[in-house]
Write a protein that binds this ligand. Structure first.
Ligand code: HEM
Length: 164
């Protein structure tokens, strides 16, 4: 995994901004998904709990089950930040997570929109504390995470990498 691409300064910028975001992670997560649904409203029907679909992004964002998913997303990002010095330790988990999302019907391309939405949410939420250097650092970290998750889209049902 290309975790070595992150400099110590970039890791510090990520840790510091994440520490600020931790004051209210759920609020940042809601901002992330609000932006994501603005950009890709077709993702809303993929969230179904107890066989029930949401008819609008607002309804989805108000649901306790969906808020749990937001917490799950933020805890995966938290794991990446906590393991900045050892991102390969997350490889198996992240590839498996990619695979689950492929099975749910999420397109790989939507995960790039998630990255844009994450950075948008942090930028809006943290204001001046989120500098252009911090933005570059987060873009790099997200690229590492999504690159590993993308293997979950390439694995066939036997767990082998398919030729693409
Ligand atoms: C494209 C946007 C996404 C969609 C449409 C989506 C959809 C879903 C759905 C429908 C589930 C199953 C229900 C649930 O557990 O709430 C799920 C589970 C999950 N998602 Fe997502 N998700 C998205 C993005 C993400 C991202 C970016 C992350 C983390 C980086 C993530 C982390 C998780 C986790 C940890 C689970 C639980 C997996 C398990 O039960 O083992 N999701 N997702």
């Amino acid at each position: 995994m290309a975790g070595g691409a992150l400099s110590q300064t970039e890791k510090e910028l990520i840790r510091e901004s994440w520490r600020l975001a931790n004051v209210d992670l759920l609020a940042h997560g809601i901002a992330l998904f609000t932006r994501l649904f603005d950009l890709e409203p077709e993702l809303v029907p993929l969230f179904q709990y107890n066989g029930r679909r949401y008819s609008s992004p607002e309804e989805c964002l108000a649901s306790p089950d969906f808020l749990e998913h937001i917490r799950k997303v933020m805890s995966v990002i938290d794991a990446a930040v906590t393991n900045l010095e050892n991102l390969p330790s997350l490889e198996e988990y992240l590839t498996g997570l990619g695979r689950k999302h492929k099975a749910i019907g999420v397109k790989m391309a939507s995960f790039n929109t998630v990255g844009e939405s994450l950075i948008y949410a942090l930028e809006k939420g943290l204001g001046e504390a989120f500098t252009s250097e911090t933005r570059v650092a987060w873009t790099r970290l997200y690229a590492v995470v999504v690159n590993v998750m993308s293997r979950g889209w390439q694995l066939d049902k036997n767990g082998e990498l398919t030729t693409v």
